[in-house]
Ligand binder design. Structure first.
Ligand code: MTE
Length: 320
C-alpha cells in the first residue's frame, strides 16, 4: 500500500469519470509490486466467478452527471479488497469470507411507523426503484478515502414508497444477522446486528442513496450486497451494508459503533477536518492506493447539499 501515485485530486473533473484513470493506477501499482493489497487482489479472478447477480441485467445504469467529483476514481480492485465489514472479521481482508453471503433470496422488511408494513425481496425492491449511477467520495473515520461510481437509487424514493406517518422522525437500518455465514458475528462482545440511523430530513435529502452496485456492476458481497446505504457527507461507518430491515420510528436509534464507543462514534458523524477524533486528527485523509495525504473538507465537500440540515442543531455533537 505504500505506493506513490500522482496527485489524482488535481485531475480535472472530467477525468474523474474515466476508467483509464484507475486502469493507469492499477498498471502502476502492479509495476511497483504493491504488497498485500495486490496479493489480496489476486483473489479477484476466483471471486468474479461468484459475482453478485441480483438484477444483473440492470447494469450499468445511466450516470447522473449532477454527481461527479474532482478526484480520480479509485482502482476497483482496491475498493473490493480493502473493506470494513466486521461481520466477516475485524480486519480489512474480508473479501473472500464475504462470498459466503447468500443473496437470493434476500428479504428486506420495511416496518414501524408506515402506512403498511411490508417484506420485499431485494431483487423486487431494486426493480421498483429508479436506478442511476453517481460518483461520490467516501471518507472513512480511520482517515482513508475512496472515490467511486455507485449504482443505486435515492433513499427518498424508498421512503416515498414506504409512506411513513408524520410522527416518524428517524429511519433505523439493520444488517443481516447470521453467525453461520458471518463468523465475525460469533464475536459476542459486539452488539449485533449492525445498526445505523438517520433523521427523516437526512434520509430524504438529495445525497442519501441506497447502493446496489459499483463500477457499473451489481454490488460485490464484501461491499454490502445486495443493498447498502451511501451517505457521502458522513464518516463511512454510517453507510451500513447488506440491509435487511428499515424501521421508521420516533426514537433516535443507537447505532452499532455508538453503543460500543459513543464518545468516539456518535449518531451524527458528519465529516469535519476541524473536529478531531478523540485519538487522531481528521484534518487530512489518505487516498486508498497512495501514501499521499490530502486535506479533508467539511461535510466531505458536500456542504452545499447538506449543511442546511444542521442549521438548527448547534447543541448537538454533529461531527463525532
Ligand atoms: N456495515 C456493516 N454492516 N458492517 C460494517 O462493519 N463498516 C462500515 C461501513 N458499513 C461496516 C458497515 C465502515 S467503518 C466503512 S468505512 C464502510 O462500511 C466501508 O465500506 P467498503 O468496505 O465498501 O469500503
Amino acid at each position: 500500500m505504500l505506493t506513490r501515485v500522482r496527485k489524482s485530486w488535481e485531475l480535472p473533473e472530467t477525468r474523474a469519470t474515466d476508467e483509464h484513470v484507475y486502469r493507469n493506477r492499477r498498471t502502476l501499482l502492479k509495476g511497483m509490486g504493491a504488497g498485500s493489497i495486490m496479493a489480496a487482489g489476486g483473489m479477484l479472478g476466483a471471486r468474479r466467478a461468484l459475482a453478485a447477480e441480483v438484477a444483473g441485467d440492470l447494469y450499468p445504469a445511466e450516470r447522473n452527471d449532477a454527481y461527479t467529483v474532482d478526484r480520480a476514481l479509485t482502482d476497483p480492485e482496491l475498493v473490493q479488497t480493502y473493506n470494513n465489514f466486521y461481520e466477516f472479521g475485524s480486519h480489512k481482508q474480508i473479501a473472500q469470507a464475504a462470498q459466503a453471503l447468500v443473496l437470493q433470496p434476500w428479504q428486506v422488511r420495511i416496518d414501524g411507523m408506515v402506512e403498511q408494513e411490508m417484506t420485499l425481496d431485494a431483487e423486487e425492491l431494486i426493480r421498483k426503484m429508479p436506478l442511476e449511477e453517481r460518483v461520490y467520495r467516501h471518507r472513512c473515520v480511520e482517515a482513508w478515502s475512496i472515490t467511486l461510481p455507485w449504482t443505486g437509487f435515492p433513499l427518498a424514493a424508498l421512503v416515498a414508497m414506504a409512506r411513513p406517518s408524520s410522527g416518524a422522525k428517524y429511519l433505523r437500518m439493520e444488517t443481516f444477522e447470521n453467525a453461520e455465514v458471518a463468523p465475525g458475528q460469533r464475536q459476542f462482545w459486539y452488539p449485533w446486528p449492525y445498526v445505523e440511523g438517520l433523521t427523516m430530513a437526512e434520509a430524504t435529502s438529495e445525497l442519501a442513496f441506497i447502493g446496489t452496485g459499483m463500477y457499473g456492476k451489481p454490488m460485490p458481497r464484501q461491499n454490502g450486497a445486495p443493498l447498502r446505504l451511501v451517505v457521502p457527507w458522513k464518516y463511512g461507518f454510517k453507510s451500513i451494508k447488506s440491509l435487511v430491515r428499515l424501521t421508521f420510528t420516533d426514537e433516535r436509534p443507537v447505532s452499532f459503533w455508538e453503543e460500543i464507543a459513543g464518545a468516539e462514534y456518535g449518531f451524527w458523524a458528519n465529516v469535519n477536518p476541524e473536529v478531531p477524533h478523540p485519538r487522531w486528527s481528521q484534518a487530512t485523509e489518505r487516498l486508498l492506493g497512495s501514501d499521499e495525504r490530502v486535506p479533508t473538507r467539511i461535510f466531505n465537500g458536500y456542504g452545499e447539499q447538506v449543511a442546511h440540515l444542521y442549521a438548527d442543531l448547534q447543541g448537538e455533537k454533529l461531527y463525532i
